[in-house]
Ligand binder design. Sequence first.
Ligand code: UDP
Length: 419
Amino acid sequence: MNRRVATLMVHTSPLDQAGLGDAGGMNIYVCESAQQMAAQGIKVDIFTRRANNDHPDIVDLGNGVRVIHLNVGPLDGVTKEKLPALIPDLSKAFKAALSGETTYDIIHSHYWISGKVAMPVAEELSIPLVHTMHTMARVKNLNLAEGENPEPMIRVQGESQVVAAADALIANTDAEAASLVSLYEACPDNVSVVSPGVNLSMFTAGTGKGPARASLGITKDANVVTFVGRIQPHKGPEVLIRAIAELVSHSPMLRSKLVTLIVGGASGGNGAEVERMKELVQWLGINDVVRFEPPVDREGLANYYRASDLVCVPSYSESFGLVALEAQACGTPVVASAVGGLRTAVADGISGVLVDGHDPRAWSSVLARLLQEPQRRVLLSMGALEHASHFGWDATSRGTLDIYDRVLSIRSAVKKNIG
Ligand code: UDP
């Protein structure tokens, strides 16, 4: 089975640092599954738009995985919002790249803009198209944070077109599969569920809390509550910050040992949101217990998870929530919103706690209780390790390859019938 897959992600590069700009879980997803597919003998070329001059046209990531740049549009100033205008040119460049000597068996696009770029190419070159949404406008718009701008109609329309055109759609969870069917009229037979994973050799309990805290300058007896991700309203950092303010006001005895870490950078080009969060911390008078940390690489991140007593994921919607899984793989319980994929990523009461809604007082009461119950945290920590152990990227890539096989066999059966 010497297959070659053309993976397409145009709005962010697999070479970008996750946790900043537009790079997040999808980047990790694409890189980790490509590596796992390569381990099973599949060659994966990841096509992305060149947005800087940091790399040559082709970057060999080893084991049969390459990143190939499409030289389309200017290097600077093409935000995700402006990218749809480049879709026709990106399709042209992608088609040209796929029309050379190398032949591809499958196109796998990620996020709606790549789906739109891939659609005409898949049709013209008769290559089956598999698509993963990662997030969907209609789901987001039903779950907006206060004051958050809704996703535009062009995205909703684009997503609907991709749903209609793809040979197969991959959803992260049953909840996402249901949204594809109910909100986008996807044919249920075209939707498959494949869980994302976590790198179980990188995210481990390691040598435990002590050394991790020492490396971050945090004392052994601190109570550490951590948020990891891009700073955007939808991820709910404000919910955590306000919950921490409630917590120190209602349980002042917790204040002296409390350390709240906000790890991650501005989302898209929105540095203003980071500033707003810093001002909020100032205004709430809690700068003694909140620390903002710039984005870190994955190994560095494992250290933050290990150093934490709790990792919070207060998102308004989440197609999965890799941060939740990574934290648990490091033995850290997660407090997450009971939304979307987080209901799968966290086993409520076993590996963490799911909270309904985003009321900072409700979040504060959950956090205060957990911080004051170390025995319960020990049990949740064991549950977290166990729960995360079921989500390796090898399973994700096996599930994805099964879908490729199915799509290809349907294609060849149709060809035979026509022939
Ligand atoms: N991440 C990172 N460094 C950071 C912050 C985040 O590498 O400083 C990674 C994190 O490990 C995770 C991803 O960014 O894999 C975020 O994925 P998630 O699914 O939680 O959110 P998304 O960005 O997809 O909305």
